[in-house]
Design a protein around this ligand. Structure first.
Ligand SMILES: C[S@@+](CC[C@H](N)C(=O)[O-])C[C@H]1O[C@@H](n2cnc3c(N)ncnc32)[C@H](O)[C@@H]1O
Ligand code: SF4
Length: 358
């Protein structure tokens, strides 16, 4: 049964040079109005007991602890539910972390991106490396025992040595979990413009592959399990919420631009405030588009998303067994009894593997 909720907080202090997530500058009043609307939107869905809640953004840590608490108190939570808040280092201090904890947040995901000040500047981040590190220590001191850090790699002019230095820095902190994303050159971003103008160039494929292999190997040497393409955790510390996406489970998506999956329908919410507020005021779900997922499509999602969880893999049925056996022959998958998982080669070329199911 559905037991996860994603809540989108579309506010940031500033737009980072590489990012095309839905986010805007805002005042405290605008954020208050938005929180009121989120609560009304939540009330439009059945109050099912939730195992996981994920505040994503944008920058959810721009909300006050009181605003976060107001949202949480309107939810029906299962005992021990995982409640994650994404944090930008520039928006927090010790007191705020303590109050987020008191409001019910028990997992934070901090956007570090890099520990190199020069790279942080290039990315358009407002914090320094030491402020990123400080945010981690403050969260620990405030009692958070489940912390994830976000890093990025394949950055303009980044060398393998730069990346190793970022990884070593991260391993010294020993977060329970980390995500590391290869830079995507998103259209409409400052980075994309510079790419088009020839100021930046994309990382060479071989270097990017070496970077990814270095990440996997060094994470393993430091006790982390590579459990999803971009995600690593200490034992028993997988992101429970995100794992629901990869297990193809249904979840509510709340807030502007949020995606959700409910009663076999994948939906995406309206992308602008006036229309969003208009729908909420009229007591109508602010859905922009929806797609019914039939049985066949559901099965394909199950395989493509399922393979992303590297240790768990999938148990295919029908014609998909042949597709998987061929992928085993070609060295992309491993077979263990009925279960198929990505091989080392398959992990490096995961998108090519997923294409075979479509
Ligand atoms: C919503 S943000 C995390 C929280 C907060 N907004 C922050 O940046 O500190 C989610 C993550 O997506 C990653 N990300 C955003 N844009 C990206 C891009 N173009 N390519 C790769 N990763 C990206 C970053 O690592 C970022 O931390
Ligand atoms: S990376 Fe995070 S802080 Fe930067 S613009 Fe995107 S959502 Fe906002």
């Amino acid at each position: 049964m559905l037991s996860g909720m994603y809540i989108h907080i579309p506010f940031c202090l500033n737009k980072c040079n590489y990012c095309d997530f839905l986010s805007f500058k805002s005042t405290l009043e605008e954020r208050n109005k938005y929180v009121d609307s989120l609560i009304k939107e939540i009330e439009m869905y059945p109050k099912l007991p939730l195992e996981t809640v994920y505040f994503g953004g944008g920058t959810p840590s721009l909300l006050t602890p009181e605003q976060v608490s107001r949202i949480i108190s309107n939810l029906n939570l299962k005992e021990g539910a995982e409640i994650t808040l994404e944090v930008n280092p520039k928006t927090v201090n010790f007191e705020k972390f303590k109050l987020f904890k008191a409001a019910g947040i028990n997992r934070v995901s901090i956007g570090i991106q890099s520990f190199n000040d020069e790279k942080l500047k290039l990315l358009g981040r407002l914090h320094s490396s030491s402020e990123g590190e400080e945010a981690f220590f403050l969260a620990r001191k405030a009692g958070f025992d489940n912390i994830s850090l976000d890093l990025m790699f394949s950055l303009p002019n980044q060398t393998l040595e730069d990346l190793k230095s970022d990884l070593n820095h991260l391993f010294l902190l020993k977060p329970e979990h980390f995500s590391i994303y290869s830079l995507i050159w998103e259209e409409g971003t400052n980075f994309f413009e510079k790419l088009k103008a020839g100021i930046y160039k994309e990382t060479d494929n071989d270097l990017e592959a070496s970077m990814y292999e270095t990440i996997i190997e060094s994470a393993h040497n430091n006790g982390y399990i590579h459990y999803e393409i971009s995600n690593f955790s200490l034992p028993q510390k997988r992101a429970i919420h995100n794992t629901k996406y990869w297990k193809n489970e249904e979840y509510f998506g709340i807030g502007i631009g949020a995606s959700g999956y409910f009663e076999n329908i994948r939906y995406k919410n309206i992308l602008n405030f006036p229309e969003y507020y208009g729908k909420i005021l009229n007591g109508v779900k602010p859905i922009l588009e929806e797609e019914f997922v039939n049985k066949d499509e559901k099965e394909i999602y199950e395989y493509i998303l399922g393979l992303r969880i590297i240790p768990d893999g999938i148990i295919p049925r029908g014609k998909y067994i042949d597709i998987c056996d061929k992928l085993v022959q070609d060295g992309f998958l491993l077979k263990n009894s009925l279960k198929y998982t990505l091989s080392q080669k398959g992990v490096l070329m995961a998108n090519d593997v997923f294409d075979k199911f479509i």
